[in-house]
Design a protein around this ligand. Structure first.
Ligand code: TXE
Length: 483
């Protein structure tokens, strides 16, 4: 199945705009297929988008609450009604399998529904005062214009939850998607235009990371960013200049522990899913597998068989289980990462090589390294590909120490049938999200998402913690004179 070429524009101040520099995206499953034709805007147009969002702010902030909730809900309805179309575009542009693409589009719709309900849950607190005849109220107000900057690995869900969250709390938004995968953001903009969001409330700019990002961060009151840790540092440095509020969701070097007492069928399934499915391109993917010696050899053997059993192929083929790597840069980095592991002396027991399929694409087999040690580069740096390395340990205490031994602390997990071990791990893991007998990847939108610095910075995304980022608190003292 091939599709038409999406002609994607920028959406600024309620109108569609072509930028000066045109470019195309190609299907990572089939490099001979062009998926989208877009154009990048420069600093002047980004500035216009920021100005439009600033002008639209008072109107949107005061927009009727029910009407605002209705707009978000309708956007969610449309995302779900068009999930097959959006999912197919996502699969063609990013390389996720079609069920994954459709699932992500539906998730985007659910995020809009969740935040539609948030609109009417306006938060506030009332306090008695120390002073007679007074009281104190604490209310929340929109933070202002939000700059949303997103990476390529979740082209619709990530823009959706950032944009829906910002809008729900009365903010206006300028979204900059990754230029590797702008198509879904264009469809989101079309949906938001169709449901009748007022002019300037939502803007989409496609452009180069730094040039675009710098203008956005300068002019916004808040920036929400997901991407690589180094880019996150650059965003934070820039935000510091203007004291722009920042929320960063960055890399992970996520560990999953398997103890001797684990249900091994579940543990193998869980580890394999989190490491290799979606081509390992999830910030919460398992990259380090920490296994106690009693089950180590069995785990390695079974996981090697599992890795070799996956059907790798074109993202739109019905029998494909794992699609291609999303882009050439990531593909080259993954293969180089495998080389590094081999050079360091880890044993590659499965996969890790480029393979050919019926179409030209960035295909590689899921990699499993055994006999890797904690000190190796491959156990400290995010790979962002389908690459898993196993580290053998003596017991739970050592497992926890190794799991906590990297800088990045986003997600972690443990497979065990011992309530005591599970609870000890849950308490002592420094990751922002801890999973017991379930994959390190696979998050829900009604609860906070994120990790400790340098895996994350600022208030967590999603769930109740969204309000912390998307609003500012105001404390009011009122002398009403009633005793
Ligand atoms: O991320 P980037 P990309 C990691 C992963 C991957 C690497 C690159 O290791 O290989 O990041 O992926 C914009 N100011 N993760 O290219 O480069 C850029 O245009 C402001 C981990 O997607 O960080 C894009 O829109 N913005 C991650 C967005 O930032 C800038 C998920 C992300 O770009 C900018 C995805 C700048 N100076 C990738 N430079 C995770 N763990 O969740 C670039 N951008």
């Amino acid at each position: 199945m091939t599709g038409t070429i999406l002609q994607g524009q920028n959406f600024i101040d309620g109108g569609w705009r072509t930028g000066a520099v045109g470019f195309e995206t190609r299907n990572p499953s089939d490099l001979d297929e062009v998926v989208g034709a877009y154009s990048k805007v420069g600093a002047a147009e980004v500035d216009e988008a920021m100005a439009a969002a600033t002008r639209a702010l008072p109107g949107w902030r005061g927009f009727n609450m029910q009407a605002r909730a209705d707009l978000l809900r309708k956007a969610g309805d449309l995302l779900m009604a068009r999930a097959i179309e959006i999912g197919a575009l996502l699969s063609r542009e990013e390389g996720k399998t079609l069920p994954e693409g459709i699932g992500e589009a539906n998730r985007a719709g659910q995020c809009f529904h969740y935040f539609a309900a948030e609109v009417v849950r306006a938060q506030g607190e009332w306090y008695n005062s120390m002073r007679d005849g007074h009281n104190v109220i604490v209310t929340r107000e929109p933070v202002g214009v939000v700059a949303a900057i997103t990476p390529w690995n979740f082209p619709i869900a990530l823009p959706a939850w950032k944009v829906a969250g910002a809008l729900a709390f009365g903010n206006t938004v300028v979204l900059k998607p990754s230029s590797f995968v702008p198509g879904c953001a264009v469809l989101l903009a079309r949906i938001l235009e169709y449901v009748g969001l007022p002019q300037g409330v939502f803007n989409l700019v496609i452009g180069d990371g730094r040039a675009t990002g710098d203008v956005m961060i300068d002019r916004a009151q808040a920036v929400t960013f997901t991407g690589g840790t180094e880019t996150g540092r650059a965003v934070l440095r820039k935000a510091a200049e203007t004291m722009t509020k920042a929320q960063l969701e960055l890399g992970g070097k996520n560990a999953f522990v398997i103890l001797d007492d684990a249900d091994l069928d579940l543990a193998i399934e869980t580890a394999a899913n989190a490491a290799w499915v979606q081509t390992g391109q999830r910030c919460t993917a398992t990259e380090r597998l920490i296994v106690t010696r009693g089950v180590h050899d069995q785990v390695v053997e079974r996981l090697a068989a599992k890795a070799q059993g996956y059907r790798i192929g074109h993202a739109l083929d019905a029998d494909t289980q794992i699609g291609p790597v999303a882009n050439e840069k990531q593909f080259a980095e993954n293969l180089a990462f495998v080389e590094t592991g081999l050079r360091e002396g880890a044993e590659l027991v499965a996969g890790g090589v480029a393979v050919e399929r019926r179409t030209r694409g960035y295909y590689m087999t899921p990699a499993l390294f055994a006999r890797s040690t904690e000190a190796m580069h491959i156990n400290h740096h995010e790979s962002f590909g389908p690459i898993l390395s196993v580290i053998a340990v003596d017991d739970l205490d050592q497992a926890i120490a190794v799991a906590n031994g990297t800088e990045l602390a986003l997600s972690s997990g443990i497979a065990t049938t011992s309530l005591h071990s599970a609870e000890k791990f849950r308490r002592e893991s420094k990751a922002g999200m801890v999973m017991v007998n379930t994959p390190t990847a696979g998050l829900e939108y009604h609860v906070p998402l994120g990790g400790r610095s340098p895996s994350g910075f600022g208030p967590r995304e999603n769930g109740a913690s969204s309000a912390e980022f998307f609003t500012e608190s105001k404390t009011s003292y009122i002398n009403h004179g009633v005793n």
